[in-house]
Each structure stands twice: as C-alpha cells, then as structure tokens.
Write a protein that binds this ligand. Sequence first.
Ligand SMILES: *[C@@H]1O[C@H](CO)[C@@H](O)[C@H](O)[C@H]1NC(C)=O
Ligand SMILES: *[C@@H]1O[C@H](CO)[C@@H](O)[C@H](O)[C@H]1NC(C)=O
Length: 368
Amino acid sequence: MYTRLEEHKGQENINCQSKVWLRISLAVNIGLCLFICYLCRHVNSQEPTIFRTITKKPLEKDTILLIWLWPFGIKFDLNSCRSRFNIDGCYLTNDRELYSKAHGVLINHRDISNNLSNLPTKPRPFFQKWIWMHFESPRNTRRLEGLENLFNVTLNYRRDADIVIREQITLKTEDTEDKIFPQVLDKKDKLVCWIVRNWNEDFKRVKYYNELKKHIHISLYGGHFGKTLNQEEYNEILTSCKFYLSFENTAIHYDYMTEKMFNPLNLGSVPVALGPPKYIYDKFVPKDSFIHVDDFSSPRELAEHLKSLDKNVEEYKKYFQWRKNFEVKLVDYPTEHVCRACQYIRTKKDYQVFVNLNKWYWGAIDST
Ligand SMILES: *[C@@H]1O[C@H](CO)[C@@H](O)[C@H](O)[C@H]1NC(C)=O
Ligand SMILES: *[C@@H]1O[C@H](CO)[C@@H](O)[C@H](O)[C@H]1NC(C)=O
C-alpha cells in the first residue's frame, strides 16, 4: 500500500460527500477508488451514513473478528460481509471490550508502533488467532523486532500466505458485453503514457525511462511532473493511451504486483511491465495482454516495437483478445480483506502458528 499510497496521492480527488470518505480517498489505491465512488453513491442513496455502529450483540454462533486498529486509519462499514461478499456469521468489531471473546484479532503491520506498545497486552484466549495483515512490498516496509512469534495467520498478496488477496484476472462469469473493447480503440490519441509521483534517480524504472524517452514520445503525468490527476482524469488517461508504463518502484519481490498493472488492463491500455521478472507476471496475467521490458535487449528496441504496433492496428488488437474470456477483478481494500479474514477464522479451526515472520517476509530481499 505504501507504493500505491505514494504513487497516487493527490490523484484521488474523489467527489464524495462525506469527510470520512474523503479521508479514505487519500489512503487507498486508484482501483479501489473506482469502487468507493460507486459505493459512496450507492450507499448514500440508500442510507444516511455508511457507519452503522453495531448495537446488537454477537450471537453465540458468530465468529468475532476484532479489528484492533483501523488499517491506515481507514474506517469502513463493519456490517457488509454478507451483502458484499456473501460471507455469513461474521461479527466484525473494533470494540476492544470484546477482546476476550474474539476468535480473531486483525493487526495491520503499518499501524503497529515501533515499540509494539499498541498491540494487545492481555493474555490471549486459547482459541484466538492473531492475523498479520500487510500489503506493501518488503522494501517499503519497516521490519519490527518482536513479531516473530506473535501471529497465527498471514493475510498478504503472496501466494504462500494463509489468506491471499490480490487483483486477479478471472474467467468471466457470464457472457457479458465488454464495455471497454473495442470502443476504446477509437479513443486512443496518445501512444505511451506514464503517471508517476515517487521519483528517485536510482530506481531502475527511472533509469529505464531516461533511455526510453530518447526513442519514443511519452506523455507524462502525476505529482513528479506537476500534473496531479483526479479520478476521472486518471481513467481518461489510461483509456486514451495505447500503452501504459506499468513500472513498479521496486524490482524483485515475491509475487509483488500492483494496480499499476491491473488498472491499465482493466481500462483498456496495454501495460508495459517493469518490476518482477516476466515469469512472475505470467503466473497472474495472460501472456498476450502485456509487454515486458525484459523481452527487449534495450529501451530502444522496445520503442521500435511500440512504434510498429502503433502502425499496425491488427497486431495491436491482439493484446485485447484475452478479454473475450477473462476480466479484471480488483479488490476492495480493506473491507474485502477483513471479511475474508473472518471467513478464514470461521472455517479453519486448526491450531496454527506463524513463526519467523521476518525471515519469511524480508528474507528474500536480504539475499538479493
Ligand atoms: C512507545 O512509543 C510511544 C510513541 O511512539 C510512546 O508514547 C510510549 O511511551 C512508548 N512506550 C514504551 C513502553 O516505551
Ligand atoms: C496462536 O499463536 C500463538 C503464538 O504462537 C500460540 O501460542 C497460540 O496457541 C496460537 N493459537 C491458535 C488457536 O492456534
């Protein structure tokens, strides 16, 4: 999330009414914003406020998940697991009085204080599992001492986490009409675009860009170029560019891939990926949906390829063939994460401990 937060801060001028939602808008990524805007309108039209405090008590058969701290301070509806994700029997709460009854305690890594003083201090009931939630790359994350033997369950984008949540390409559930393609082809008036805020001359992506720009015109946006975009403009840019530079700011991280990849796919731009090696991307997105910089011997060669696709519409169209059968599924941070965590605790009753968090999560960067 750090990356997402950093990259898109300022783009998220969501036009929602309440202050709460404005606060949320600052902290979540673009993909989620699409959803939040939708939700905002949707919910506002039905209910005066999204924050219903739970007044009813948990039922005996409910699974209680205690959200120890609001993730990134983002408050969200605690009553929507059933309506939104079809998950029954979950009682989400932030009421610490329920600690001794809670089946799960959810702790977002970024909200843990350096000295761990804001973690629960009371003895843990034998049935209670602590969930470590985290969605940033290890390089952008503080490593804290003392967490190695605290958690039972991991909630992360990595496929070897206990609960895995990530943007995905999924089979279409029904034969729905593609609202983006082929109409999007008529809207393409720019060749290559890049939106960037977080700038560092040492980043591999900045070095690559510095070479690439010598060979092809790149339309530039985002905080670094003094062109902060709101949600509408962001969508508009992605739609009107043939190619989008999906350049991650960290290179090799186990399974790490962000909305920089999935938003262009969703909105009908062809991502040019720089980040994890291609075989990692291949596990998550169709081969014919994106371009990877590693397939070219130099930025110049990549530029030549993009220019040739610009002239050949039929070749360019092939990058959209996957849309016939698949679609992008974005995720809903943090509501979906919390509901899935509760569902997991509810269904998986076995004894579980997660030891050596530091080695698992940060070990990979130590060895590179
Ligand atoms: C831990 O850090 C917080 C602020 O970061 C501070 O207020 C608190 O006194 C510290 N607690 C201990 C036990 O050092
Ligand atoms: C959860 O983890 C803690 C710390 O490792 C352990 O003591 C406890 O027994 C575990 N609880 C469950 C229900 O697995």
